[in-house]
Design a binder for this molecule. Sequence first.
Ligand SMILES: Nc1ncnc2c1ncn2[C@@H]1O[C@H](COP(=O)(O)OP(=O)(O)O)[C@@H](O)[C@H]1O
Ligand SMILES: [Mg+2]
Length: 260
Amino acid sequence: MPESPPDDEPALHVDGLDVTYGRALSALRSVSLTVPQGGVVTLLGANGAGKTTLLRAVSGTLRLHRGTITGGRVRYGDTELDGQDPVAAVRAGVVQVPEGRRVFAGLSVDENLRAGGLGLGRRSPAQVREARDRVFALFPRLAERTGQAAGLLSGGEQQMLAIGRALMAAPRLLLLDEPSLGLAPLMVNRIADVIREINEQGTAVLLVEQNAGMALSLATHAYVLEVGEVRLSGPADELASTDAVRRLYLGESEDGQGAA
Ligand SMILES: Nc1ncnc2c1ncn2[C@@H]1O[C@H](COP(=O)(O)OP(=O)(O)O)[C@@H](O)[C@H]1O
Ligand SMILES: [Mg+2]
């Protein structure tokens, strides 16, 4: 009997997820979220709301931080991701860019990029070259600096390198953790353009942000986490026009005026 055809562009389904750190600290309670095929979904929330924890649960990195999934499920297409390790997530096509644009400071740009494909095994030199060409087309500045130590790049360039390294694994779903944090407005715009372009090339994006304006302009769907629970969710344009989101995340005061 023929196998059922593989799900070409699977969706991410997080269902009733509970996560605890250590023995007691409950970081997520009954969180459900979907990233449709090829979509851009944003997850907003204040510091400590649980945004990074959710990405860790999807990318299989929770255990590295002593976190445990105590309830619910994470599925990407036909693949169960809860309880899996990071390599399994990468093999399924799910790659996380961690917060704080962590690059290997002492390694060159090129070495950082090569680290991005590790763990995948069985990739031909042509596939690696293709992935690298894609990264350099998105980030021409990196192409000009392949030999430079990553630690000497500007903050914006390091964020580009961190995204580029993730793209080396040819993800179908990219998890981005606050890519705009600490960057100048021009660079934030540049990162937004890059996210749009990555998505247009067919990669779905789950974007964690505190910069709600930027995130809501990119996403079709948005979720707002508050102390470990989904407080609001819906189409991004609808959420952007709700009073709570405008006040809390778009810098407007009670009377609808923009904050100074
Ligand atoms: N490795 C960890 N060990 C213990 N508690 C953690 C750990 N990482 C995060 N937390 C806690 O989990 C909660 C959610 O954190 P986090 O997911 O980092 O939020 P966000 O990314 O929205 O700022 C916070 O209370 C935070 O202190
Ligand atoms: Mg975080």
